[in-house]
Design a protein. Structure first.
Length: 301
């Protein structure tokens, strides 16, 4: 089942509910007046439900913009191109090969994500002729909508974000965390492969753009975008300090988690509830593990 929400005029959020997990993965549809743009593609397991939802909206998707080619962000998008070969897919140059050869990301994703990766499923293939590689700063006009491409590496070397006008909406992908609405808490997206220095610089880059709204792939549209980004930037510094201390003291990842509960003020009050949210807690643990390995490997930037 897919929940269809309409948070802004001309913008639709599809809560895809992979495996029955709500408030976890969304894609966004934007009406351009000449068809619809899809932002993100969700995992392969929800591709048919996603397609049904677009049909229920009578949304003729003409363009797909992908923040990066991790399996929960693009895996199901290929179904749009299967039904409409004229659809164009916009992707970072470093990620374009995976669209036509999903095994590039599927094999390591299954190992890294465990049961959640198995649930998401192997991504669908996208034909070479449909792929458009982006450059940082590209501005693409489609009907009444413009999309600015902002390359935001860190979580992945091929990550990009999008600023949509006239909505003043930032589609952030995994450049600045996972927003858990029920907890008003952001889980840092510091999973492997991580470049923390780039992650931090990308957040600063997005803050400088001063968007009004932020659309999290995980998992909804929230106002006060710049405030949330600034809050997350401070949080990441707290996480870095705590994990550096854990590594320096020779603590385990489990002990590092306990240290984070002490240091992250936002986490302390919601931790027990977060532990009860199976998919979100799994991602939380992946984030701790990724940052721990990054710092233990001698990288502190």
């Amino acid at each position: 089942m897919v929940k269809v929400l309409n948070p802004l005029q001309g913008v639709y959020q599809l809560d895809l509910e992979p495996g029955g997990f709500t408030n976890l993965v969304s894609v966004y549809l934007v009406d351009t007046g000449r068809g619809f743009i899809m932002f993100e593609g969700g995992p392969a397991v929800t591709s048919n439900e996603m397609l049904s939802a677009t049909r229920s909206l009578r949304a003729n998707v003409t363009h797909v913009f992908l923040t990066h080619v991790h399996i929960d962000h693009y895996g199901g998008s290929g179904i749009i191109g299967l039904l409409n070969p004229g659809v164009e897919y916009y992707v970072h140059p470093r990620g374009s090969k995976a669209l036509r050869n999903p095994d590039i990301v599927w094999v390591p994703a299954r190992e890294a994500m465990g049961w959640l990766g198995e649930l998401y499923g192997k991504p669908l293939e996208v034909s070479q002729g449909s792929i458009r590689e982006t450059r940082d700063g590209d501005v693409i006009t489609i009907g009444d909508v413009t999309v600015e491409v902002v390359h935001t590496p860190g979580h992945a070397s091929h990550h990009q974000s999008f600023i949509i006008k006239p909505h003043d909406l930032l589609v952030v992908g995994d450049a600045a965390g996972i927003y858990v609405k029920e907890l008003d808490y952001v889980i840092p997206t510091t999973m492997e492969p991580l470049r923390l220095d780039m992650y931090i610089e990308s957040i600063k880059k997005l803050i400088a753009r001063n968007p009004r709204y932020i659309a999290y792939t995980h998992h909804l549209i929230v106002p006060n975008a710049t405030e949330l980004l600034s809050r997350h930037l401070r949080q990441v510094e707290v996480w870095r300090g705590a994990i550096e201390e854990a590594v320096r003291e020779g603590l385990s990842v489990d002990d590092a988690e306990k240290l984070l509960i002490e240091r992250d003020d936002g986490l302390r009050g919601v931790y027990e509830r977060l532990r009860s949210m199976r998919a979100h807690y799994h991602l939380f643990r992946m984030a701790i593990d990724g940052l721990y390995k990054y710092i233990k490997g001698g990288r502190t930037g």
